[in-house]
Write a protein that binds this ligand. Structure first.
Ligand code: ASP
Ligand code: MG
Length: 806
């Protein structure tokens, strides 16, 4: 025998009741033996309660009563509710005359809801030739007589039930009213709100049913509320103990009194969705799973009260006074936290009781406040509680770290010794993000990294395409989901919280909207995006003004833009302080030598205490090409330069390369990695452009390239034999001082030296250190170009993602 229980929503007019009938028909056809326990239909119980209230206050209730009757009858022809309706009429009339009602009367009123419901279903089933039997549970379940919340007398009730089912068994489907019972004097009692679940489990217990199937309007129990956490998953199976833990958080199906009769007889409980037939629901049994389940539950509308005072240490009875005072006003306390210093106690109450709680305590502690033993009694109303059920402190650092990384700092936390439960009080405004972060940490294999990309020119555009192309692979291999939620240029932006696709470019063009950085933060906040990274692929100084703001709003930073690292040393320090304060990272491997692993290497060497004594190298790909080719071949300087321009190796105005500032900036960035506090003005830069050509439009300069020939031909010819020209950056001197020497210059080096053998547009960096002596560490390779730079930025993103994933 299986017990099927249907709740009010399942039995509502229209789709509800039709579906219930079909479920029953189906089971009967399959030859299953079933008993059906019903709740009142729709919101019948609430309605009856309301009408009763109205009647007792002498308000007019007749209209609502008529509507109620109409709902019950709906278009069910032939059903006869005369008896029930006339009972209700009389009861309400009496209450209205008296201006009051007792709990006894209330039970009589409410009980009609279940009777109407069971009577109706029985008739419908009978019409379908199903042998259904209306069973009034008042004749079966006998209680102690406490109206409104009666306790069944087990022995008596069990005898009645068994006797009844001996009489009506076999092919009969007993349709039993839930919730209602009677006392030994034959008066109607009820088992408390949501009591029909209790009725069902009592029947299951008495009849030793095979299973109790509770039909609801949800698919089962979830790892979190799917309305708040889109990735919430249904829990297929859990134990009664675990379920019991959930019961404290509002899952009324799992109320302790409901599941105890099931545990006693080891009867599985299945929570099913009436409206989704195929779903297997959640099965609750006594078997404890090895791993244990976890689930998140939320108390949304609560307030935090904090009583603080220096005079509380060691005083006995303070807590007792607090709770006694609250208990007097029937204010229940959920989470409590008090430290060993006893300097204060914080606890959580329902939001609408907060004000009262505060004033009750202010009264109770009036004298103590005067004596200054108690300082303040404060109240924080906009908070929520997240409980991680099944969580103990051994692995709690994971969700906790994830929260901190995502800038959610809980106000209070608390764990229980039994039942494994850690609860956190968070600001209500952060609830959504906090839930998703914790859920992601505990349940989801893949972590989502939410990326905003600023600048989609050559490097930026290539990066977006690279990320989109490898995202699947990366998710598979590293369990990291890269989600580009924003792409922007200097004016416009497109947002897509689910991540842009290959058509991002047209989207920016066609749907891009004007924006400020606040809009980006707002979008990320509103969509509760966690693990944020902002990537700066612009060359803009203005944009670096956004860095600190982004950091403060939870973004890690990656940039190919060099500007932020070469502004004043004050800004440099300020940025690092901001990073530290917000526990954020800033990576910029591509600032020097594009994708070559240079900055990371220098950082590591420096951090490990290795003394870096000099860094020297060809920093610029375009100038590398220019001088490598010019030194090698018998060609005019202007000819080689023109070639470099034509191949896109230089900036559109090649003077941006030739002036040496770019090399200067790169050199400065490396110097600052070594904790040197140099400024850009400290760099001695040999400007390769003759003075008379430095001003004026790019176009006119491009026409006058020939004027460079004489200068460079002379330099070339004056070299020693087997020497070549190289434009280098050189950081040297006593690097333990506050500042180092930074030179950017054109040098002539032996062809066979490390610098001399560089080919094409390669960069080379020689890192001299104390341990390595005269033999520098050499890093060489393509040090420029959109593809390798984008790869380098991508590398930084993955470095950050790795950290987030730990
Ligand atoms: N109809 C009653 C109520 O709403 C009992 C139940 O539905 O379980 O509380
Ligand atoms: Mg109900």
């Amino acid at each position: 025998m299986k017990i099927l229980k249907f709740g009010g929503k399942s039995l509502a007019n229209g789709k509800g009741i039709r579906t219930v009938v079909r479920i029953i028909e189906d089971k009967v056809e399959k030859g299953e033996k079933i008993t059906v326990v019903l709740s009142a239909r729709g919101s019948t119980t609430d309605e009856l309660e309301e009408i009763l209230e109205k009647a007792s206050k002498n308000e007019s209730y007749l209209e609502q009563l008529e509507a109620f009757k109409k709902y019950q009858l709906s278009d069910f022809v032939g059903v006869d509710f005369n008896q029930e309706f006339s009972i209700l009429d009389k009861l309400f009339e009496g209450v209205s005359l008296l201006g009051d009602y007792s709990k006894r009367i209330k039970d009589q009123v409410l009980s009609q809801g279940e009777i109407l419901s069971a009577k109706l279903l029985t008739q419908i089933l009978n019409e379908k030739n199903i042998n259904a039997n209306f069973t009034d549970s008042r004749t079966l379940i006998i209680t102690d007589g406490q109206f409104g919340d009666a306790q069944p007398l087990d022995k008596l009730s069990k005898e009645n039930v068994i006797h009844h089912f001996q009489k009506y068994n076999g092919a009969t489907v007993n349709v039993v009213t839930g919730f209602i019972a009677s006392n030994t004097k034959n008066e109607t009692t009820t088992l408390g709100r949501n009591g029909s679940n209790y009725t069902a489990s009592l029947l299951a217990n008495y009849l030793e049913a095979e299973e109790l199937q509770n039909f609801t309007h949800v698919d089962g129990i979830y790892t979190a509320n799917p309305d708040l956490v889109p990735n919430a998953k249904k829990i297929e199976k859990l134990s009664f103990t675990e379920a019991n833990e959930l019961a404290y958080f509002g899952a009324n199906i799992l109320h302790a009194k409901t599941i105890i009769p099931l545990i006693e007889k080891d009867i599985p409980l299945r929570i099913l969705n009436t409206f989704d037939h195929k779903n297997e629901g959640t099965l609750i049994t006594s078997a404890v799973s090895e791993k244990g389940i976890k689930s998140l539950s939320v108390l949304e509308d609560v307030a935090l009260i904090n009583l603080e005072g220096r005079g509380l240490l060691g005083k006995a009875g303070v807590d007792a006074r607090i709770f006694r005072a609250l208990a007097h006003k029937n204010i229940s306390v959920s989470i409590i936290s008090q430290g060993s210093s006893e300097r204060g106690i914080g606890f959580v109450v329902e939001a609408d009781k907060a004000k009262e709680a505060k004033s009750v305590l202010e009264k109770e502690f009036e004298a103590d406040v005067q004596k200054r033993d108690v300082g303040t009694i404060s109240m924080e109303r906009n908070v929520s509680v997240i409980s991680i059920i099944g969580q103990d402190l051994s692995t709690f650092h994971k969700p906790y770290n994830a929260l901190i990384k995502n800038q959610v700092t809980p106000l209070l936390f608390n764990n229980t010794l039994t039942g494994k439960n850690v609860s956190l009080v968070v600001q209500k405004s952060q609830l959504h993000r906090a839930l998703n972060v914790i859920h992601g940490e505990i349940f989801e294999i893949s972590k989502k990294i939410n990326i905003a990309i600023f600048g989609h020119g050559l490097v930026g555009g290539t990066l977006i395409d690279q990320i989109l192309k490898s995202a699947k692979q990366i998710e598979k291999r590293k369990n990291i989901k890269l989600n580009i939620f924003a792409v922007a240029n200097s004016k416009k932006i497109v947002f897509d919280k689910k991540g842009v696709g290959l058509d991002w470019k047209t989207k920016v063009e066609k749907q891009g909207v004007l924006y400020s950085i606040e809009d980006v933060v707002k979008f990320a906040d509103e969509n509760h995006l966690e693990n944020r990274i902002a990537i700066d692929n612009t060359a803009s100084q203005e944009f670096t003004g956004n860095y600190l703001g982004l950091i403060a709003h939870g973004f890690d930073l990656v940039s190919s833009n060099k500007v932020a690292n070469t502004l004043s040393f004050d800004f440099y320090k300020q940025l690092r302080a901001g990073l530290e304060e917000n526990q954020k990272q800033y990576l910029y491997e591509t600032n020097v030598g594009a994708g070559l692993p240079l900055i990371d290497t220098i950082k590591l060497l420096h951090l490990s205490g290795e003394n870096i004594t000099r860094i020297k190298g060809v920093f610029s790909g375009s100038l590398s090409y220019l001088f490598n080719t010019f030194s090698e071949e018998e060609r005019l300087f202007s000819e080689v330069l023109q070639e470099a321009i034509d191949m896109g190796y230089t900036e559109p105005d090649p003077r941006e390369d030739l002036c040496g500032n770019d090399v200067g900036r790169k050199l400065l960035i490396l110097a600052r990695e070594l904790d040197l506090s140099n400024e850009l003005t400290d760099v001695n830069i040999h400007n390769l452009i003759p003075e008379n050509l430095r001003e004026g439009e790019a176009a006119s300069f491009l026409e006058r390239l020939k004027e460079l020939d004489a200068v460079y031909q002379k330099i070339k010819e004056e070299q020693k034999p087997d020497h070549v020209l190289r434009y280098i950056g050189d950081l040297w001197g006593d690097l333990f001082q506050e500042k180092g020497n930074l030179d950017v210059k054109l040098v002539s080096v032996p062809q066979g030296s490390a610098l001399g053998q560089v080919k094409g547009s390669d960069s080379i960096f020689e890192i001299y250190t104390e341990s390595y002596g005269d033999q520098p560490i050499v890093i060489q390779g393509a040090g420029a170009g959109a593809a390798v730079t984008a790869r380098g930025v991508f590398g930084d993103v993955l470095r950050l993602a790795d950290k987030i994933n730990k």
